[in-house]
Write a protein that binds this ligand. Structure first.
Ligand SMILES: Cc1cc2nc3c(=O)[nH]c(=O)nc-3n(C[C@H](O)[C@H](O)[C@H](O)COP(=O)(O)OP(=O)(O)OC[C@H]3O[C@@H](n4cnc5c(N)ncnc54)[C@H](O)[C@@H]3O)c2cc1C
Length: 465
């Protein structure tokens, strides 16, 4: 890999070659997983390049194609499974400066792939009282391009489903990895070719996403003596067609008390809670439902005193993978899983796992819409002892019909689909025939004969060097 020749070809562009900064920009939040921590700790790129425009992206890809040097795109590096980590070294391509927020129209906004989600919302709210349909709990740091290429859903998924659902991304503009890189516009179902593909088959430079009406959201926390009571209340809130909410998150005791330090003053250690974002106009209906469910409203941001609210993080930063982050800050032996409890009996599946694992796997649900129905996803915490026990916990979930999206794997297939996405594989052949985009993340590209049924973790050859 002749990085010196590449740097000469890219003269004038923003290039970082300080090893410490390169290492930092070669990492994401992979350390949530003790497995990925062991496997990826040494991974680093050779240089970091930060283009200011799409033309500069094209120049970088053309030069890297010429020199046969891998390129791993990076938004803000908040992914959890090493998605933005350059397993074969090469160029870390930061899209952070493609952050323009362009055309805002009724129901849609166009912006650069590097635009931060919270910045987009600030602009669309100010422009026309509109907001993004959904965002990850890393709302204040993550980029829209990284969300689309590596995320799945989040706050708002209770109303709009996940990124996988058609219509949640309107258009993507990508640059291909070829000797003369092309710019392609993808719309309709074609956006799925690049979505959640970890940047393995195209660099997103611009996105167009739908907007919805913006509301004043009230943060609320409701306490329950028993986790399944909290889970049932969450489900009851989720099925209310007339009660507008954006976030419904049941979390088992003692997680909230032990790890949500700023909110501890409102909580008892034996209380499970439901963390919510509810539209201001729906608060009376919400309060009535909480009373009916014998829940204790512990906190409401619309009635908290200034002193009570001072320094509190937003409710969404207690949920999704922020729950895990807050736990890890207190107890480094914590890790997590990503689950889905099949409907319609999702509560039955949840209860079975709660009874089976107790406090070894403290429960954490996220209510979402899934294929037109209310469903329960989960990011249960795990009190980690060994990789064998972790795999056993995963197996027991799967044996009980629960889906596991394994966050302890860095490949697309093992992390989610457990099969090849033929559409994405075919598109990769078309736009990155030399396999230089984020190598090692698509097993079907690296080793088409790989048998997923073995369950043995895939080890990318590039990692062995
Ligand atoms: C505390 C915490 C909470 C989280 N909560 C959520 C959540 O609620 N929902 C959720 O879905 N995720 C969540 N995540 C994961 C992550 O934050 C999100 O997926 C986020 O949207 C990723 O954005 P990013 O800009 O940081 O992407 P990065 O981590 O930089 O990249 C993610 C993937 O996309 C690729 N990529 C980045 N930019 C581009 C581009 N322009 N073109 C092509 N490929 C690109 C990268 O190569 C990588 O494979 C959480 C993570 C943490 C640490």
């Amino acid at each position: 890999m002749d990085v010196t020749a590449l740097k000469a070809d890219l003269a004038g562009l923003k290039i970082e070659d300080n090893p410490a900064i390169i290492q930092q920009k070669s990492r994401d939040f992979y350390w949530y997983s003790p497995v990925l921590k062991r496997q990826l700790e040494h991974v680093t790129g050779d240089i970091v390049v930060t283009p200011k425009s799409e033309d500069e992206v094209i120049r970088v890809l053309a030069a890297c194609h010429r020199h046969g040097i891998p390129v791993t795109p990076r938004g803000s590096g908040t992914g959890n499974y090493g998605q933005a980590m350059p397993l074969s070294g090469g160029v870390v391509l930061s899209l952070a400066e493609l952050n323009q927020i362009g055309n805002i129209a009724p129901g849609r906004v166009t912006c650069g792939a590097g635009a931060i989600l919270a910045d987009i919302d600030r602009a669309t709210r100010a422009h026309s009282g509109q907001e993004l349909r959904m965002f990850p709990s890393t709302y204040n740091t993550a980029s829209i391009g990284g969300f689309i290429a590596g995320g799945s859903g989040g706050v708002g998924s209770i109303r709009w489903g996940g990124l996988r659902d058609l219509g949640n991304v309107i258009r993507l503009r990508i640059v291909t990895m070829e000797s003369a890189p092309r710019v392609m516009e993808l719309t309709g179902e074609d956006v799925l070719k690049v979505m959640h593909a970890y940047g393995t088959n195209g660099i997103i430079t611009e996105v167009e996403v739908p907007l919805t009406a913006a509301y004043d959201w009230v943060d609320a926390i409701v306490g329950f003596d028993d986790f399944m009571q909290a889970a049932r209340f969450g489900n009851l809130m989720a099925i209310q067609d007339g009660l507008l909410s954006k976030l419904i998150t049941p979390i088992a005791a003692p997680v909230p008390y032990d790890y949500f330090k700023r909110h501890q003053k409102f909580l008892r250690r034996d209380q499970s809670v439901v963390v919510l974002m509810v539209a201001a106009h729906a608060m009376d209906a919400f309060a009535a439902l909480a009373r009916r469910s014998k829940g204790e409203i512990l906190y409401r941001s619309d009635s908290a005193t200034e002193a009570e609210a001072k320094g509190l993080p937003p409710a969404y930063e207690l949920t999704w993978n922020h729950t895990t982050l807050r736990a890890l800050r207190v107890d480094p032996a914590i890790t997590y899983l990503q689950t889905r409890y099949p409907s319609p009996d999702h509560l039955g599946h949840v209860e079975a796992m709660v009874k089976r694992f107790g406090d070894e796997v403290p429960a954490h649900l996220e209510y979402i819409r899934f294929d037109g129905e209310i469903g329960a996803a989960g990011l249960p915490l795990v009190r980690f002892t060994s990789e064998d026990r972790l795999d056993e916990i995963i197996r027991i979930h799967e044996d009980n019909g629960c889906w596991i999206f394994n966050p302890h794997r860095y490949t697309l297939e093992e992390g989610g689909m457990k099969q090849t996405d033929e559409v994405q594989l075919a598109f990769k052949r078309e736009v990155d025939a030399n396999g230089l985009l984020n190598p090692g993340k698509m097993i079907a590209w690296e080793n088409p004969a790989y048998d997923y049924r073995s369950g043995k973790p895939f080890l990318f050859k590039g990692l062995q060097s």
